[in-house]
Design a binder for this molecule. Structure first.
Ligand SMILES: Nc1ncnc2c1ncn2[C@@H]1O[C@H](COP(=O)(O)OP(=O)(O)OP(=O)(O)O)[C@@H](O)[C@H]1O
Length: 257
């Protein structure tokens, strides 16, 4: 299996504060990989380091075979179009229509014609389950679930190999959240992409995630499949995965651990 992301011994410091102290993990092609951990454990910072919005203080991150600390400007630009990012609150431009939002990167990085861009917008909308007319609406005219889908369509505009999602189901109602999970799996299977997501959503973790890393104590304290992670006796794992709710809701998986 091809390795898509390799994180080796990453240390992250902000002034006196150390957020990561030797974080290592790897993500393989076509996986749905989750980054978990309590609030402030450095999940978002790690994801920002993977997408070159922040630089680690030490250690090494490679994405799609490129070492991020050694990459040149042009290579970095090319690499950025190999991934799409869905930030937690959708982050659509409120003054642009949905179609214009999806077009932003196409206009910036490609010279495809207006006609072709319109076609691409329609196909991305269809891919995320939105009707063509949604393209002419402004973000303020959409429901929460539609905002997420529109932002996902925008993240997919450049046909990325990798998709980064920051708490994709937060703020959605339970049905919307499960539909969004199903969409993520569908896109992974259809497009052959690798998905990296920060999530606290137990339903997603138990149903669609292939492997995960649990951040705590400035390190990865458990990683691998759900089965592997459940073997850990780290207090965060115990509390998050082996509480009364999960023992009842996921009793077939959380038993004898
Ligand atoms: N740009 C920054 N400058 C200084 N400190 C930062 C910066 N970004 C994050 N931090 C700090 O790093 C720590 C980890 O933050 P991060 O946002 O990664 O946490 P998280 O695990 O994603 O938490 P949550 O689940 O609450 O979103 C926090 O203490 C935060 O204050």
């Amino acid at each position: 299996m091809k390795r898509v992301i390799q994180v080796n011994d990453v240390v992250t410091r902000f002034g006196e504060r150390t957020v990561h102290d030797g974080v290592s993990l790897h993500i393989d092609e076509n996986e749905i990989y989750a980054i978990l951990g309590e609030s402030g454990s450095g999940k978002s910072v790690l994801m920002k380091e993977m997408i070159m919005l922040l630089e680690p203080s030490a250690g090494e991150i490679s994405v799609l075979g490129k070492s991020l600390s050694r990459i040149g400007f042009k290579e970095a630009q090319a690499l950025r179009s190999d991934w799409g990012v869905l930030f937690q609150f959708g982050a659509l431009y409120s003054s642009l229509t949905v179609a214009e939002n999806i077009e932003v990167q196409l206009k910036e990085y490609t010279d495809v014609s207006k006609e072709m861009r319109d076609k691409l917008v329609r196909s991305k909308l269809a891919l995320v389950g939105l009707e063509p007319h949604v393209g002419s609406l402004y973000p303020s005219e959409l429901s929460g679930g539609m905002v997420k889908r529109a932002a996902l369509a925008r993240a997919l505009a450049m046909e990325p190999k990798l998709l980064f999602l920051d708490e994709p189901t937060s703020g959605l109602d339970p049905i919307g959240a499960r539909n969004f999970d199903a969409l993520i799996v569908e896109l992974r299977d259809l497009l052959g992409i690798t998905v990296v997501m920060i999530t606290h959503d137990l339903e997603s973790i138990f149903s669609i995630v292939d492997r995960m890393a649990v951040l705590a104590d400035k390190k990865v304290v458990a990683q691998g499949s759900l089965e592997n992670v459940l073997q850990s006796q780290h207090p965060f794992v115990e509390e998050f995965f082996k509480n009364e709710y999960t023992k009842e809701r996921f009793k077939d998986k959380v038993k004898d651990v």
